[in-house]
Design a protein. Sequence first.
Length: 274
Amino acid sequence: MLRYTYLILLFLFANTHLLLSQNTQIDSLTRKKFPLIIGNIGFATDSMDIVVGDVPRGEITVFRIEIRNFGKDPVMFTNGKSSRFVTLNFEPELLIPSKEGIINVEFNADIELNLGKFVSEISIVSNDKKSPYKFLNLLMNLIEGGRSINYKDIFDTVPNMVFDHYNYDFGHLVRGKILYHTFLISNLGSMPLNIFEIKLPKGIKVVDSPANPILQDEKAMLRIRINTHGRIGIQHETIVVRSNDPDNPLVILGIHGSVRIYPNHKKTSVQCNE
């Protein structure tokens, strides 16, 4: 009898553990799908500024944005006071907890608008107790077009380059010393991050850099070699990294410190004290 009781308890424990593991995995995947959360509503984009690319002028373009209710109460949506070019439609208008929906953003690109970069604000009004007002921006490039209706799905399609630090202070060094330093690059977006170019000042070389695109949530090294030969005094150098991150295509890294000719115990009377 005790043996059967033990087996039943073991079976219940194993199934409970399996369900908890599955729920944790589902929750983790859901959070990745909706990285931007405003109040209790998650959006399938990693930023309030959504890059949508080329949009034909004189046409109506409908953007679809996936959303999810992470709260405990149903949320009712209404069309906020967006720009005169934008009309919102919610599917469904009442989003119950743990369910997903769609925002249809209809953008009417007036033929009188200037070609080139254009920002259109999306204003969402809801009864979300945590944050009733939600704002997003569509970043687009207006191009020539005819009169038609286009549809674009927005599902977090932007790479996002982030460094673990942006400045490195190597302190006080004797001239001629060589040292190495590593910056870690992360891609917090959902599309592959490509490093196009790394501009270096004289005396600094790259010894290791990403050879392949950096995928979502992955990291890569940018390792540099600093040669202080021919340098003297306070040093401020910059490294420029260019990528396909639409929000931050150019990132500047700083290298700082000071270089002296002799060690402290051999410093001459004419040596700078920096």
